[in-house]
Design a protein around this ligand. Structure first.
Ligand code: ATP
Ligand code: TZP
Ligand code: MG
Ligand code: MG
Length: 271
């Protein structure tokens, strides 16, 4: 995947300003809306059972995030997801905290049994637990599990028949066949809550403008990682607060030239 192609897709997100319908968690709602706006997308959060089907069908993408789930929001996610499927709107799923409680794991599986999702973005523990593999979770964070994340992502993509974007120090994106590695990002992203959740919504914005969702996922993660690197270089020495502030600035300011210069991706079909 070329850096020029990634930069070009960022240009399309900014030009097309896609509407991204999020049903997300209460921790990250404001950060997600501001991050999408900074990037050049148009966020909306809508949860009422009475309106989610109508909102999903006019959106460019639907993002489902179970971070602070309850039965009502899960029901809203299923109604919205079915509407998105009926209208060929891509659905991106963030299985926040799956594996840390039985309820989360069961609800995530129920959503996946009723809604066809194009991309699942999660940390290694969430992806492992989603397919019944053993990996200790610590609340919403990936715990001390260990294993080959490339193999894990590939297995999950094959079993769930979707694109898996497994993030961490090294990001892996796969459709079960091709495997793409993205080496951008910064450890300060782990010190700001919601950076994983915002990334999932950013993948929604990229999937809204790029039909090849493997390419959309790699591009979204690379752009996000480069913005984080530049933000850390500018403000990271001050700590997570200044980094978060500068990260939003960089999502808005990052140029296609910087993407070409700094993005670091590699693809392979063998592990
Ligand atoms: P967790 O709760 O385990 O942190 P998450 O849902 O927040 O998971 P992450 O895996 O942290 O999601 O991914 C969010 C972003 O942070 C991604 O862009 C990823 O590349 C980046 N990231 C995470 N850890 C690191 C790291 N150690 N170094 C560089 N970038 C990282
Ligand atoms: N608790 C429930 S959802 C949430 C927390 C802390 C936010 C998780 O965000 P991320 O992006 O997975 O770090
Ligand atoms: Mg994180
Ligand atoms: Mg997360």
């Amino acid at each position: 995947m070329t850096a020029e192609k990634i930069a070009q897709i960022l240009g399309r997100v900014r030009k097309e300003n896609p509407l991204v319908h999020n049903i997300t968690n209460v921790v990250v709602t404001n950060f997600t809306a501001n991050g999408l706006l900074a990037l050049g997308a148009s966020p909306v959060m809508a949860y009422a059972h009475e309106e989610v089907a109508d909102m999903a069908k006019i959106a460019g993408a639907l993002v489902l995030n179970i971070g602070t789930l309850n039965r009502e929001t899960v029901k809203a996610m299923i109604i919205a997801g079915k509407s998105a499927n009926d209208h060929r709107i891509p659905v991106v799923f963030d299985p926040v905290g799956v594996g840390s409680t039985l309820f989360r794991t069961e609800m995530a599986r129920e959503i996946l049994s009723k809604v066809k999702v194009s991309i699942i973005r999660g940390n290694a523990g969430e992806i492992a637990n989603l397919i019944g593999e053993n990996w200790a979770m610590k609340g919403v964070d990936t715990g001390n599990g260990s294993g080959n994340t490339r193999k894990l992502a590939q297995l999950a993509a094959q079993r769930l028949n979707t694109i898996i974007a497994l993030t961490g120090e090294e990001d892996v994106v796969t459709d079960g066949h091709e495997i793409h590695i993205i080496r951008n990002g910064h450890p300060l992203l782990t010190k700001v809550t919601g950076t994983g959740c915002l990334l999932t919504s950013v993948l929604g914005a990229f999937a809204a403008v790029e039909k090849n969702h493997l390419l959309a996922s790699v591009s979204g993660i690379a752009v996000y990682g480069v913005a984080a690197e530049i933000a850390a270089a500018k403000a990271g020495h001050e700590g997570p607060g200044s980094f978060q502030y500068e990260f939003l600035n960089q999502l808005s300011k990052i140029t296609e030239k910087q993407i070409i210069q700094y993005s670091s991706t590699e693809n392979t079909t063998v592990i």
